[in-house]
Design a protein around this ligand. Structure first.
Ligand code: MRU
Length: 350
């Protein structure tokens, strides 16, 4: 199965292995890393080969499918033990994006429904569910894009942060899905992509995606956002999310909170585009969302070049929490929740 996305295939399922675009190598090299087991998939998620909340959910689902295939001929006891370890490794790969746990819960439910069947049937059921999760993700992003595009006026200059595009999903993207849908609706939009220190998802990935598709994009460093807003060069902000709490608080890439404060100061709409699988109603507020702390080396340098002195203390929280009151609306595949209140979020789930 090929998950097509703005000209790139973020995840490729061959039937017996998972191929992932190595997002660490972009934009210099477009190359794939192959995973043949849950452990290899968990390592690819941890090491940022694949990243972005929906994409890591899809990758984890395929990781389960790979393990079910690997254990096809194992005894029931050995399969149960192997699958237990597979889920544990995948669940431990990254903590913040709830899509990872959502996808694994879905895979666990499918495996429970085929318990007692042959190894081949279990492997087939797991592979089918992983492919469904991936295919649904693209459809969800397109629906989200349509809802979000209605909020974007012709000529809008859209600021975004990190990469919430095709590369962060099975295809099309969440925040960049809104951009794509607005462009497809004939609106002459342009994008301001924040570089996104320290991992540079904006400079390396968002800029690459948009340049490939000839969507006008201007790259800026994170510290330039306030100046651009103050001088009237931004019309709205749209970002993705890694987890939305029941009260509407949003965890997303570090720097998102700063942007939301700036957008409020300049009375600019601040939109969050996220599928319902990113909403975690079990968490009441953003203060309970686990925030990943990543290695100091990501801050002291990049790709082997070190610019900070030896011995300096470093903090590297990978995400921050934007309070719901700073979010103009949450754009989901089931509609726009404006403002994102707990009642509004719960209503999405009927
Ligand atoms: O650390 P990353 O690159 O996985 O962080 C990604 C983000 O913060 C994205 O904005 C978020 O996952 C939404 S992707 C559609």
């Amino acid at each position: 199965m090929a998950a097509r996305s703005g000209g790139v295939e973020t995840l490729r399922w061959t039937g017996h292995r998972l191929e992932l675009i190595d997002q660490r190598a972009l934009p210099q090299r477009l190359e794939y890393v192959a995973c043949a087991s849950a452990a290899e998939t968990a390592a690819a998620i941890r090491d940022m080969v694949v990243r972005g909340a929906p994409a890591i959910g899809c990758a984890a689902a395929f990781g389960v499918a790979l393990e079910a295939a690997r254990l096809r001929d194992a005894s029931d006891v050995a399969r149960a033990e192997g699958m237990h370890q597979a889920f544990a490794a995948l669940r431990a790969s990254r903590p913040t994006a709830v899509n990872l746990f959502w996808a694994l819960d879905r895979m666990q439910a499918v495996l429970a429904s085929v318990a007692g069947r042959s190894g081949a049937e279990i492997a087939a059921a797991a592979a089918a569910e992983a492919q469904r999760i991936s295919a649904e993700d693209i459809e969800i992003n397109r629906a989200m894009g349509r809802h979000g595009a209605a909020l974007v006026r012709d000529g809008a200059r859209i600021m975004t942060h990190c990469n919430a595009g095709a590369l962060a999903t099975a295809g099309y993207g969440t925040a960049l899905g809104v951009v794509r849908a607005a462009r497809d609706a004939g609106k002459r939009i342009s994008v301001i992509a924040n570089e996104t220190r320290p991992f540079l998802q904006g400079a390396r990935l968002t800029a690459w995606e948009l340049v490939q598709e000839r969507i006008p994009v201007t790259l800026v460093t994170d510290g330039m956002a306030g100046h651009l807003m103050q001088t009237g060069k931004v019309d709205l902000v749209v970002v993705g999310a890694d987890r939305v709490a029941a009260n509407g608080d949003v965890a997303n890439k570090i720097g998102t909170y700063t942007l939301a404060v700036l957008a409020a100061r300049h009375r600019l709409p601040f939109y969050v585009a996220a599928p319902c699988s990113t909403i975690d109603l079990s968490i009441r507020g953003g203060d309970a969302i686990p925030i990943e702390e990543r290695p100091p080396g990501e801050v002291t340098g990049f790709r082997g070049v070190r610019w900070a002195p030896d011995g300096v203390a470093v903090a590297n929280p990978a995400f921050d929490v934007t309070p719901a009151e700073l979010v103009t609306a949450l754009i989901t595949e089931r509609g726009v929740v404006q403002p994102p209140t707990e009642a509004g979020l719960r209503a999405l789930f009927g």
